[in-house]
Design a protein around this ligand. Structure first.
Ligand SMILES: NC(=O)c1ccc[n+]([C@@H]2O[C@H](COP(=O)([O-])OP(=O)(O)OC[C@H]3O[C@@H](n4cnc5c(N)ncnc54)[C@H](OP(=O)(O)O)[C@@H]3O)[C@@H](O)[C@H]2O)c1
Length: 388
């Protein structure tokens, strides 16, 4: 079997330290891998979208993915669009020249739900931060022929929108389950900021929900207004960032937090006419979880697939029971959900409108730094890899 040699931005295993992690620097290097087998495809990545998990990987938090995968160096990157260069002899569904979106379910369980993610924690996978990589047919979804949307939009779609699709469908189904013989009113759906949340709130709106989106960014608040989604300015309750230890020990912190929480809850009560939120989309976690549960109405659903600012949360079980709250947790999607999401997006125009700059291949480390510091103007930062 031959060897494929390519250029990639490579992530190395970190030094062994006790309980402390050092962030990594991506290194531009030659990367080699064995040529494709009969059931694999050689592909040329064209556009990638920078994702939160890539930052988690570079920061080696919460885990060093190289160590987890037992590999000294890996290539990450699990959102993007690729062109097929060569298909293994047993593959009939895809062929040379096809433009596809990466579907990053790296290791599915027996029912097809992802256990490990390609280009992140799934061992021996090569992400799109490489000029060439190899994938299996079930890790690719063909972009509709003559799609009305750009490859960059599909690159942005491939991880955040598919996650939002699977999460929304489950959350909405759970909310409908909360009603026996009564006819449910249109749900009031509210989401904290972030790319997956934006995808999900746009979807909730298409499904007939009254929708609200919280952001501290004036451009995004304007976009929400233009899209008939209620913009909620997070700067009105800027100290809403719960920290249990500080709350218990620092009276000043506690007073500031409670003031912001009160403003937030009053605003939600006013917008929902006292009913509370029906479905709250929360990919932020620890700092907002307490207030999110308080904002949720009776028989409300809190839904998530992420923990951008903290994964440890706690709730008061008695209150959750008395309010009939359902907590939904999901992780990316099954292949059939990905295919469904793409069809729905093409037909309904449910894709992001891209407004930020496209980073060049040479600028990938700048992009990594900009995203980590919050300096990227878009929720969907696109980078170029190959020739469009
Ligand atoms: N399990 C899965 O399948 C899956 C898939 C995709 C993502 N995820 C995870 O989901 C999480 C969110 O990902 P994402 O791509 O949507 O994130 P993102 O686009 O990077 O979200 C960043 C935005 O979140 C908002 N934000 C940050 N801190 C906040 C805080 N303390 N309070 C309120 N809002 C805050 C800000 O919005 P504004 O600037 O507008 O204020 C910020 O710009 C990440 O942890 C990611 O790893 C999981």
């Amino acid at each position: 079997m031959g060897i494929v040699q390519t250029e990639a931005w490579v992530l190395y295993e970190g030094p062994e330290t006790k309980g402390r992690t050092e962030p990594a620097e991506l290194r531009r290097e030659v990367f080699s891998f064995p040529d494709i087998t009969d059931d694999e495809l050689l592909v040329e990545p064209i556009y990638g979208c920078w994702e939160a998990n890539m930052t988690h990987a570079v920061e080696r938090k919460p885990v060093d993915v190289c160590r987890l995968r037992n590999e000294k160096r890996v290539v990450i990157g699990n959102a993007g669009v690729v062109r097929i260069l060569k298909a293994g002899s047993s593959i009939t569904s895809l062929r040379e020249g096809d433009l596809c979106m990466v579907f990053c379910n790296g290791i599915p369980d027996s029912m097809g739900y992802p256990e490990r993610i390609l280009g992140y924690d799934a061992p021996n996978t090569i992400g799109v931060l490489a000029k060439r990589t190899k994938l299996k047919p079930e890790q690719l979804i063909k972009i509709p022929v003559e799609s009305r949307h750009d490859p960059q939009q599909w690159a942005a779609f491939s991880l955040r929108y598919i996650t939002a699709w699977a999460n929304w469908k489950r959350a909405f189904a759970c909310w409908k389950l909360q009603f026996d013989d009564e006819q449910p009113h249109a749900p009031f759906v509210c989401a904290w900021g972030g790319g997956v949340s934006l995808a999900e709130i746009m979807l909730a709106q298409i499904f007939g929900a009254e929708a609200a989106f919280i952001s501290s960014n004036p451009e995004r608040l304007k976009l929400m207004k233009e899209s008939s989604i209620i913009p909620i300015d997070k700067r009105l309750f800027k100290d809403l960032s719960y920290d249990e230890q500080r709350y218990d020990t620092d009276p000043e912190f506690r007073a500031r937090y409670l003031k912001s929480e009160k403003i937030f809850l009053e605003l939600i009560s006013e917008l929902t006419r006292g009913r509370g939120v029906s479905i709250f989309v929360d990919y932020i976690g620890t700092p907002v979880f307490r207030a999110t549960l308080k904002a949720l109405g009776s028989r409300g659903v809190i839904t998530s697939a992420g923990w951008k600012k903290g994964m440890r949360t706690s709730s008061i079980r008695a209150l959750e029971c008395m309010n009939w709250h359902i907590h939904v947790h999901t992780h990316y999607a099954r292949y059939s959900q990905g295919v469904e999401a793409v069809q729905f997006a093409e037909e309904n125009g449910w894709l992001p409108k891209l407004n930020g700059r496209t980073y060049k291949w040479d600028e990938v480390p700048d992009l990594a730094r900009d995203y980590a510091s919050g300096a990227t103007s878009s929720y969907f930062p696109i980078y170029e890899i190959g020739q469009a």
